[in-house]
Design a protein around this ligand. Structure first.
Ligand code: ZN
Length: 532
């Protein structure tokens, strides 16, 4: 175990395969740190002679990279999700034991939530309130089925939701009942809502607690920072952690477009904040998603006659909104999945760029999942950041093939965007996908899943990137998208001492091995926050 250097003590990591992400010095063998800042890099002797009294840590020829930054993550949803029970259990008894264990560590009266059960795995019979009452009589328990179309509560949950034998079935839903009319605890379709809406929203303090508990999990996978796409309660929660001295993660916070007017009224601008907590962009949506075919398309979805998805924000309205934000110093981060949505956003940003005096604002498109070939070069031309999530490519490939067919050649097109000259900022969209950035790096380098599919070269392998190009997106690209490339993103003298030690050199191993690579240690602000 490496000890944290005492305050003001210098520290040198030696015998390291350092990949700096700094074009001025891409590799080094030693790095010197003073307090929370990088002092120097170079070969062993040069760095050691610079600081003869420094504490020296031999990292045994391991790979050292800048701390990783996830440029698109929903931190509140991720943190609260970690607090719910994994209800995907092979037996009913097994699940009930998990509920019992959770009840032991949860204050009485506090809701216990979970997701993932499937009665068919247990023989086909729905469970009842009595099952849950046996293991958690003093906590309201509500567990959602894997399908999302059913939920199961205990007696206290039903009582707190005001569900009685006389409660009528809602339209499009059913309260499953005994012969005598007594609810069994199972709710189907729209009836799921009856209990859901009785569950209180967590307070900012509770969200802060959940985030604090999630931080070690972020550190374990090498994350030193995130761009957080949740709402204002999350911004409060980060500030609460800051006040408590518990914010051990660098956060760049977006603002929901619904609050844009309020943000402008307070006078806050993108980039406001400090090395720990900084305001990013205003987040809005141009369309839906690929799976439910709500992503907005130029041509109909494959296999349909005229299905083109859903426009969630009119182009005029989008223009007015982005222009207003831009005039107030706020950049925009606009969700766009389909090729038509991406084209609309690019059209709007082109008009906004014409009005902007200086190119200061770091506008970004979130996901950039499908571009029409005519639009390939436009992000680079407009200096718009491509905020992409490499793991989506390998997760979505079958559904993209099905709905987009040959158009998928322009989908999750990392290489196309890189070569066009766009800044790529990579993230995960957790909790939609795992927040482990090594899985993202693996996906962008191989275009294959960890199990090797699709064989042998991956999905549209011409879109693969080199390891250094992907790591750049998870470091410098993300730092640039947060207005802080002068402080973060590379191992450069004067920048913050945020770095990660890996158990193998991802720049030279078989790329398929990147998915198995482990983080040995993570340093934030000169302090080791994780060591295996
Ligand atoms: Zn998202």
């Amino acid at each position: 175990m490496w000890k944290n250097a005492a305050a003001m003590d210098d520290c040198i990591l030696t015998n390291a395969r350092i990949h700096t992400m700094d074009a001025a010095r891409p590799v080094a063998r030693a790095i010197a740190l003073r307090d929370n800042v990088i002092l120097a890099l170079g070969d062993e002797n040069a760095v050691r002679s610079l600081l003869p009294d420094a504490t020296v840590i031999d990292v045994h020829d391991r790979c050292v990279i800048p701390g990783l930054i996830d440029a698109h993550l929903h931190a509140e949803l991720t943190a609260l999700g970690l607090k719910t029970i994994d209800a995907e259990a092979p037996t009913l008894d097994g699940l009930l034991r998990r509920v019992e264990e959770r009840a032991k560590i949860t204050p009485k009266g506090v809701w216990i939530r979970g997701y993932g059960w499937n009665q068919n795995v247990w023989g086909g019979t729905f469970p009842t309130t009595a099952d849950l009452d046996r293991v958690a009589p003093e906590h309201p328990v509500y567990l959602t089925a894997k399908s999302g179309h059913a939920a199961w509560g205990n007696s206290l949950a039903l009582q707190m939701a005001g569900v009685t034998p006389s409660t009528p079935d809602p339209a499009g839903g059913e309260i499953v009942r005994e012969a005598n009319g007594e609810p069994t605890g199972i709710f189907l379709e729209n009836a799921v809502e009856l209990v859901d809406r009785a569950i209180p929203e967590p307070t900012a303090q509770q969200v802060a607690d959940a985030m604090r508990d999630a931080l070690p999990l972020f550190h374990r996978v090498g994350l030193v920072g995130i761009h957080d796409f949740d709402g204002q309660r999350a911004l409060q929660a980060w500030q609460i952690l800051r006040e408590r001295g518990e914010l051990r993660l660098r956060v760049s916070k977006t603002i929901p477009v619904a609050l844009q007017g309020h943000a402008i009224a307070t006078g806050v601008r993108s980039g406001f904040g400090d090395d720990w907590l900084r305001i990013n962009s205003v987040k809005s949506f141009a369309d839906g998603a690929l799976g439910p075919q709500t992503a907005l398309m130029i041509e109909p979805y494959d296999g349909t006659i005229d299905k083109r998805g859903i426009r969630t924000l009119g182009k005029e309205e989008m223009f007015e909104s982005v222009r207003e934000a831009s005039a107030a110093g706020l950049s925009s981060a606009i969700h766009a999945i389909g090729d038509k949505a991406n084209r609309d956003v690019l059209d709007v940003l082109a008009m906004v760029r014409r009005e902007e005096g200086s190119p200061r604002l770091r506008h970004r498109i979130e996901h950039v999942q499908l571009l029409h070939p005519d639009d390939f070069d436009r992000l680079a031309q407009l200096n718009v950041i491509a905020s992409m999530q490499p793991i989506h490519a390998t997760s979505d490939l079958h559904i993209a093939n099905r709905h987009w067919g040959k158009r998928s050649a322009g989908a999750y097109a990392f290489r196309t965007q890189h070569n066009a000259g766009a800044v790529l900022a990579f993230g995960s969209d957790s909790p939609v996908e795992s927040f482990d950035p090594l899985l993202g790096i693996h996906a962008a380098v191989t275009r294959r899943r960890p199990d090797g599919t699709p064989h042998p070269d991956g999905w549209y392998p011409e879109q693969r990137l080199a390891v250094s190009e992907v790591v750049w997106g998870f470091t410098m690209g993300a730092a640039y998208a947060a207005y802080e490339e002068h402080r973060k993103g590379s191992l450069t003298p004067g920048k913050l001492a945020d770095l990660v030690v890996l158990d193998r050199d991802i720049f030279s191993i078989d790329p398929m091995e990147i998915a198995e690579t482990r983080v040995l240690a993570t340093m934030i602000d000169g302090e080791w926050v994780w060591q295996s």
